[in-house]
Design a binder for this molecule. Structure first.
Ligand SMILES: Cc1cc2nc3c(=O)[nH]c(=O)nc-3n(C[C@H](O)[C@H](O)[C@H](O)COP(=O)(O)O)c2cc1C
Length: 185
């Protein structure tokens, strides 16, 4: 059974993009035969990056745990907010922390914004960074505009049919890549 991580990147007080992470958790557990792990960066309170995990002499238990969860993933869905046309420092902080764990790891990106464009401006910078770190970013994107009007704090969509229609191909593309990678091992 593939293990999928949802990486919820916002650590902002009063954040709303985590609603989408909760929605995806519910969607995936309800529709796919997978093992799911929702990693909430807000629960870690990591310090600003000082060195990559593999070069840290005495990594903290929480860093060790985070790296273990990421390494165990067969595929990752990143749920990121858009801040000033980019992705948050909290996300860059953990992308840089890992090296080999990203290599050829299937990754799908979900961008979330308060505005009308669904965080699409994040894509250019985030995809480039993920490409540099050698992740396998799948050709599917789930943009979520006006998040507070679209999802309740519990992650329930106000338009369930519409979101299923958009989420299904997004998730399927990731699961295809996860299966393809497994066959190459
Ligand atoms: C520092 C900052 C910058 C933001 N910049 C943008 C932006 O460029 N475009 C946009 O549509 N929304 C922007 N927003 C709104 C966020 O996209 C919105 O808060 C959304 O809910 C996702 O972030 P959150 O999970 O932290 O709530 C910004 C919010 C913050 C805190």
């Amino acid at each position: 059974m593939p293990r999928i991580v949802i990486l919820s990147a916002s650590v902002r007080q009063g954040r709303a993009s985590h609603r989408v992470a909760l929605y995806l958790e519910q969607y995936l557990t309800g529709t796919a035969d997978i093992e799911l792990d929702l990693i909430d960066l807000n629960s870690y309170s990591f310090p600003v990056f000082e060195e990559r995990f593999k070069f840290q002499e005495d990594p903290s238990p929480s860093v060790r745990e985070f790296v273990h969860r990421m390494a165990a993933a067969d595929g990752i869905i990143i749920v990121t907010p858009e801040y000033n046309g980019g992705y948050p420092a909290s996300l860059k902080n953990v992308i840089d922390l890992l090296v080999d764990e990203w290599k050829r790891k299937p990754v799908a990106v979900c961008t979330v914004s308060g505005g009308a464009f669904g965080g699409t401006q994040v894509i250019t910078s985030l995809l480039f960074t993920l490409w540099k770190i050698k992740a396998w970013v799948v050709n599917a994107h789930l943009p979520v505009p006006k998040v507070e009007e679209a999802f309740t704090p519990e992650g329930l969509p106000l338009d369930p049919e519409g979101w299923t229609k958009r989420t299904k191909p997004f998730v399927n593309e990731l699961l295809w890549a996860v299966e393809a990678r497994k066959r190459m091992e």
